[in-house]
Design a protein around this ligand. Structure first.
Ligand SMILES: *[C@@H]1O[C@H](CO)[C@@H](O)[C@H](O)[C@H]1NC(C)=O
Length: 135
């Protein structure tokens, strides 16, 4: 009897795990900047937006920003503040050094470095479903 209930309990857990895997299938995790992480792009490096433009983001995908938390941060901003590199006005600030941000809706997301000079040196990214963006 004890054996029987343990078995059905195990089956229930198995189904729960399976459902979770199915729900997560299709979501992709992207590390922004690849191995260099979230940093000022090198002179010969492709810009974040060239990368974003050819990357087919889907709703539910996750962007991972890796950066030294004592030196940099990630700001989610409005388009005007993206253009102006206005780091004093932001929707959300992330400064934990390893930020996972899920694209939880369609439309564009605007990210800039929390360091003005870095933003002006092109440490900025527009991520949009389907990889297309315009500004
Ligand atoms: C930055 O944003 C703040 C708050 O919206 C605003 O007061 C300020 O004028 C902006 N600065 C620039 C340079 O756009």
């Amino acid at each position: 009897m004890a054996k029987g209930s343990g078995c059905s309990h195990g089956l229930g857990l198995g189904l729960a795990c399976f459902a979770l895997v199915v729900a997560m299938a299709g979501a992709t995790q992207f590390q922004v900047g690849g191995a260099n992480g979230w940093s000022v792009p090198g002179a010969s490096a492709e810009s974040y937006n060239d990368w974003a433009e050819k990357t087919r983001f889907q709703v539910g995908d996750t962007l991972v920003f890796v950066y030294p938390k004592d030196k940099d941060s990630v700001l989610l901003v409005e388009p005007a503040d993206y253009n102006a590199c206005n780091t004093s006005s932001y929707v959300k600030k992330f400064a934990d050094g390893d930020t996972a941000f899920t694209l939880d809706r369609s439309g564009a997301f605007f990210f800039i470095s929390g360091v003005d000079a870095n933003c002006r040196a092109n440490e900025k990214l527009i991520a949009q479903k389907g990889g297309r963006w315009c500004i």
